[in-house]
Design a protein around this ligand. Structure first.
Ligand SMILES: Nc1ncnc2c1ncn2[C@@H]1O[C@H](COP(=O)(O)OP(=O)(O)OP(=O)(O)O)[C@@H](O)[C@H]1O
Ligand SMILES: [Mg+2]
Length: 628
């Protein structure tokens, strides 16, 4: 039973009741570490269960190790255990094994992202329609951006569903510095009920002490603990456990000797354990909050037969808790933090490297690429630089396939750092980094990366990569307000480089460049329409000859763009038909949308009543694609 928290419990119970009655929503529990967010969420879950609701739990993971959508993967996985519904499909979507995710030349990020969110949200709503549902997403301060965006997306759709989502986060941490989750949590707060947990009162701390020690403490002790902890239940509980362990009668216990920071409190509790146990725990702290005991034993170089009893003593000391078979978890993250911080940096790196090595031997788990990348990159400069960079690239690819673009960009940023910076990293990786930044919506940074890549490719004479950087720069420029003359010069230079190479017909990338240049020349201060039309037409012919549907779609898109003027409606109707076919074949959803737009405008110009049908189709597709 919890102490105090009457208002919060009341608000949570009402929210559960409302959700069961079909008026769902999102409740956010905010407060510093140890304030009781998880405890309250558990209380709400117990209440919801008692009222017949289905309840599931997802927890965010600290650091970059977990894959995007991780808390949602846990939620859907738990729901899908019942079987017999669409859960496996949603899970496949979230973990990114769906076929057409291979990217293509243009990415089509927003449409794919919408689809992922829509599938997950529809699934949650459908499950709630069968039986009221309460979902807890714990520790949102560690959530990846994609998971938070999905929550924002879902929040808009719960008012008429029998589903309640309870999210918890450490508001104090989110407010510090430039925390990545802050803008999304702020957006979410607009659509959620926010419950901020502050410290317990002195009286409540007294009740808590009584619960822990089994006897009513004296007022001075209550005051001392309350003052030391500011009513944080975790800190209070820990301090009192330490006092109790000292064996001094409570009425004579001196709280003054206890260091104010809970880190010290935890360190003292740990110090009571045998050194061998603490060493094992320190190794475990590198693996994660939750860890397989066999892996920790292997890294610590201890036989499992020795490690298991050591871990058992940590469980008895309430530092660890049992998890699923073969796994343990720290009873609180603060324990893990204290142990981790206490490790000398060199030892920490060596341990991360060992974890990566072990994970590499057991590939195939959904989380593996991101986890390996995390451990290898944290271990660096220890370990093999190339392997660290490769692991990060693998993790980025996996994230891109899942449309977790922010995560992909973060992996590649780290890859560039580990490789020695933008001037040292492999050029193809730098281009990929630029594309990833563009997909994640960071136009300026994307432009900088791609221009840097172009400069290097120019210096080394790598024509293909120069073309890729130039095309990327053009794509970014269409999203930002940046000056076009630089992009035009780049595209022209890249085309000239292809011509200088003298390849007959040119590779497909050449036609991507022609089409891009055509679009750049179609309007603005550098307008040269005859040349734009010639370039776009050449691109269409070239792409057809090269039999590349993706490039052909982009070339047709450019042609429609440059021919967009009065009197060409019939011609554009034809282009739109070809564009729809090519874009469909190449799975370029964004260009399929452009085909509909082109067709709809042409029909309108021709006074064709089919225009209204086309408008309906376009609006529906555009609304999806616009969701970011
Ligand atoms: N109102 C309460 N009464 C009694 N015990 C409490 C209360 N609130 C929290 N606790 C206990 O304090 C400890 C910390 O609580 P909890 O894990 O819920 O904190 P939290 O806010 O989720 O922290 P974090 O953000 O680090 O996860 C737990 O052992 C919990 O049982
Ligand atoms: Mg918690």
């Amino acid at each position: 039973m919890l102490v105090g928290r009457r208002l919060a419990i009341g608000a949570l119970s009402s929210a559960v009741d409302a959700a069961i009655g079909g008026a769902g929503g999102v409740v956010l529990l905010a407060g510093e570490a140890g304030m009781g967010k998880t405890a309250l969420a558990s209380e709400a879950v117990a209440y919801a269960k008692a009222r017949g609701a289905e309840t599931v739990w997802g927890t965010c993971w600290e650091g970059d190790g977990a894959p995007g959508f991780w808390p949602w993967i846990q939620v859907v996985r738990a729901l899908a255990l019942d079987g017999g519904d669409a859960g496996e499909g949603v899970l496949a979507e979230l973990t990114g094994v769906t076929e057409e995710r291979s990217g293509g030349v243009l990415g089509d990020e927003s449409a794919l992202r919408f689809r992922t969110y829509d599938m997950a949200a529809t699934y949650v709503r459908r499950r709630a329609a069968q039986r009221p549902l309460v979902v807890v997403i714990d520790d949102l301060h560690w959530a990846d951006a994609s998971s938070l965006r999905l929550l924002v997306f879902l929040a808009r759709q719960l008012h008429d569903a029998a589903a309640l989502v309870i999210g918890t986060y450490r508001d104090v941490e989110v407010m510090v510095g430039d925390h990545p989750a802050r803008p999304l949590l702020a957006e979410l707060a607009g659509q959620a009920e926010l419950i901020r947990l502050t410290g317990l009162t002195a009286d409540e701390v007294g009740q808590l002490i009584e619960k822990v020690c089994g006897e009513r403490p004296q007022a001075p002790l209550i005051q001392a603990v309350h003052a030391r902890t500011a009513g944080n239940p975790f800190f209070a509980q820990q301090i009192v456990r330490l006092l109790a362990a000292q064996g001094v009668p409570l009425d004579r216990a001196l709280v003054t000797g206890i260091p104010p920071a809970v880190g010290d409190v935890l360190a003292r509790r740990l110090a009571r354990l045998p050194g061998t146990v603490v060493d094992l725990l320190a190794v475990a702290s590198v693996v994660g909050r939750r860890f397989p005991i066999a892996m920790v034993a292997a890294i610590a170089g201890a036989p499992a037969a020795m490690a298991v009893p050591l871990a058992d003593s940590a469980v008895r000391a309430a530092v660890l808790e049992q998890d699923e078979p073969g796994h343990l978890r720290f009873s609180h993250d603060l324990f893990r933090d204290v142990l981790y911080d206490g490790l000398p940096a060199a030892r920490r790196s060596a341990l991360h490297l060992s974890v990566a090595g072990l994970l590499e031997q057991h590939t195939g788990v959904a989380a593996t690429a991101a986890e390996i990348a995390y451990h290898r990159s944290v271990a660096w400069p220890l370990g093999d630089r190339d392997r660290a960079v490769t692991a990060l690239i693998d993790a980025a690819q996996e994230a891109t396939a899942r449309t977790a673009f922010d995560e992909a960009a973060a992996h590649l940023r780290r890859a560039v750092e580990v490789a020695g910076g933008a001037t040292a990293v492999d050029l193809a990786v730098l281009c990929e980094y630029g594309d990833a930044l563009r997909r994640a919506g960071h136009g300026e940074d994307a432009q900088a990366a791609l221009l840097g890549a172009a400069a290097r490719a120019r210096a080394t004479g790598e024509v293909g990569l120069f073309a890729r950087a130039a095309f990327g720069a053009h794509r970014v420029a269409t999203l930002t307000d940046s000056s076009r003359s630089g992009v035009i010069a780049l595209l022209q230079e890249a085309l000239a480089a292809f011509d200088a190479e003298g390849t007959v017909g040119g590779p497909p990338a050449r036609w991507l460049l022609s089409a891009s240049l055509a679009r750049e020349l179609a309007d603005g201060p550098h307008r040269d329409l005859p040349r734009a039309v010639a370039l776009a037409s050449a691109a269409v012919n070239g792409a057809r000859a090269a039999d590349d549907a993706g490039v052909l779609a982009y070339a047709l898109f450019a042609l429609a763009d440059v021919r967009w003027e009065p009197g060409t409606a019939t011609e554009r109707l034809g282009i739109a038909g070809d564009l729809a076919a090519a874009a469909g074949a190449a799975h370029e959803t964004e260009l399929v949308l452009e085909a509909h737009l082109c067709r709809l405008v042409a029909l309108l110009e021709l006074g064709d009543p089919a225009f209204t049908i086309e408008l309906g189709t376009f609006t529906r597709l555009a609304e999806r694609a616009r969701y970011r």
